[in-house]
Design a protein around this ligand. Structure first.
Ligand code: HEM
Ligand SMILES: [Cu+2]
Length: 481
């Protein structure tokens, strides 16, 4: 790589393939939402769904949504990182290729092989199908993850190499040299701080994931090879927790980079900002213990860590990102359009979604809410009204019609429907959770069904709004070409 100082480029060379990625991501989001609607309608007894199919849809929905969130987050991060360091588009294409190969395996395992062991592939569930699927289907599912994981490692490797080359080391890219008293010369922009932080913790997460994936595959092929279930659970949940969180931490770079276009105020790298990201790198890993609060055979200190870090992990996010967002917007005369409205919605939804997560991170509360609908309630808030809103905001910005400033009537309608439908939908999950309705049950008792029925209605509104967003993005792509 050359040593030349790279000027920020307005339109990275990878723009075309990023646009394609956002289209793929948008279409998959929409399709998976329809799967979600079908599941919720079945739980509300509005339609009949064979439980076997329910668990296949649940598996596809979980893996497909997490995958699309990761893919769209990765596209956003790549796009904006390329404004500051040169990234090789060929690597991105290899990443996308590996990702799609993984998707094919996963879809095949579910809809041809019948795999329905959920996206968390919790050991030894993939091997205990009760006749619903063969070991080969589970292997195909997990192998799909392996390809996606390898793609991501490649992706982060490229980010790491280019950041190290440009900023003279990863510690500088992370801003840690600056944080701990180093000079404030050539401090990286917020996007690079974010990119460096995510690449550190998500690589660690993926490595744990890869280890348990390898062990699970061997176990499926040679059942005599047994894995300690507690270690496997820890590795899987560490990986899953870190991976899904990383999707939002990647997507938020769109806010750092695009908000200044609207407010005329640059998002600055301050010590507070770097400190917050430092805390994220530590907390996002340590807080995963909140997934083990009911595992009585875990050491007691893990419970304490899970609970205490759950409180503190909200601080860098809500205290710094959401608060800074408000400060940057206030008095700036920002003119709202669809992209920025969705990006701001995503940030606020993310912040709000953390609150029910923190509540559930308390041991005393977790005893009651564990494995209830409260859990999908909290993560649908910061994904549906968080990461996904950011992704559609970024996509809308990519195809923005520069001749129009304000929001059209249709934009307003789509936005309101998305927010209203989404808020109602997640509130029904939280209500269900508070009423102790368990998650992941294909069939619900009659006195559980009201929440599911109302939720189906809200979900339908979200699906229609999302359809509108995907269509207007696709039309934008055509208009610009
Ligand atoms: C219209 C939008 C959506 C609908 C109707 C929907 C519906 C559902 C339903 C019914 C469940 C199963 C709940 C249970 O009984 O445990 C579920 C689980 C889940 N959803 Fe969604 N969802 C939507 C959007 C999203 C989005 C945007 C994401 C992520 C980006 C997402 C990720 C997940 C995950 C990870 C699970 C857990 C799967 C599991 O328990 O294995 N969903 N969703
Ligand atoms: Cu978690």
């Amino acid at each position: 790589m050359s040593d030349a100082v790279t000027e920020p480029v307005a339109r990275p060379e990878s723009e075309g393939v990023i646009k394609l990625t956002m289209l793929l991501g948008g279409v998959v989001f929409l399709l998976m939402m329809i799967f979600g609607l079908i599941m919720r309608a079945a739980q509300g007894d509005l339609i009949y769904l064979d439980p076997t199919i329910f668990y296949q849809l649940l598996t596809a929905h979980g893996a497909g949504m997490v995958g699309s969130a990761a893919l769209s987050g990765a596209a956003i991060l790549w796009y904006f990182t390329a404004r500051h360091v040169p990234l090789r588009t060929g690597i991105y294409i290899a990443f996308l290729g590996l990702f799609l190969l993984g998707v094919v395996l996963i879809l095949g395992s579910i809809f041809i092989g019948g795999y329905g062991g959920a996206w968390t592939f919790l050991y030894p569930l993939p091997a205990l199908s009760g006749g619903a699927w063969e070991a080969g289907a589970a292997v195909a599912f997990i192998l799909g993850y392996l390809f996606i994981g390898v793609g991501f490692l490649l992706y982060y490797l490229e980010l790491g190499i280019q950041i190290i080359t440009r900023y003279g080391g990863l510690l500088r890219g992370l801003g840690w040299t600056y944080l701990f008293g180093g000079s404030d010369e050539d401090v990286p922009p917020p996007t690079i701080i974010a990119a460096s932080s995510v690449l550190v913790f998500n690589t660690i997460g993926i490595v744990f994931g890869a280890a348990v994936i390898a062990a699970s595959i061997i176990n499926l092929l040679f059942p005599g090879f047994e894995v300690d279930p507690l270690i496997a659970k820890n590795a899987i949940y560490f990986f899953g927790h870190v991976f899904i969180n990383a999707t939002i931490y990647m997507a938020v770079t769109a806010v750092y980079e695009l908000l200044p276009d609207y407010t005329g105020r640059k998002w600055k790298t301050t010590r507070l900002f770097v400190g917050a990201w430092f805390a994220v790198v530590v907390f996002v890993q340590a807080v995963y213990f909140h997934h083990t609060l009911q595992d009585v055979n875990m050491p007691a200190w893990t419970m304490a860590v899970g609970q205490i870090i759950s409180y503190s992990s909200g601080v860098p996010l809500m205290g710094v990102t959401v608060f800074s967002l408000a400060v940057y917007i206030k008095g700036s005369g920002l003119k709202w359009d669809l992209p920025i409205a969705l990006l701001v919605l995503g940030t606020v939804g993310w912040g709000i979604g953390v609150i029910p997560a923190i509540i559930d991170g308390m041991v005393a509360v977790n005893k009651i809410l564990h494995n209830t609908m409260w859990v999908p309630g909290h993560f649908h808030t910061y994904l549906l009204l968080g990461e996904v809103a950011m992704a559609f905001g970024f996509a809308a910005w990519l195809v923005k019609d520069k001749t129009k400033e304000a929001m059209s009537g249709l934009d307003k309608l789509l936005l309101r429907a998305y927010i209203g439908g989404g808020a109602g939908f997640v509130l029904m999950f939280l209500w269900s959770g508070a009423a102790s309705i368990p998650r992941r049950w294909a069939v619900h008792y009659e006195y559980w069904q009201l929440q599911s029925q109302l939720a189906s209605l809200f979900a339908l509104v979200v699906v229609l709004a999302t359809l509108g967003l995907v269509i207007s993005y696709a039309r934008g792509l055509l208009r610009r070409n």
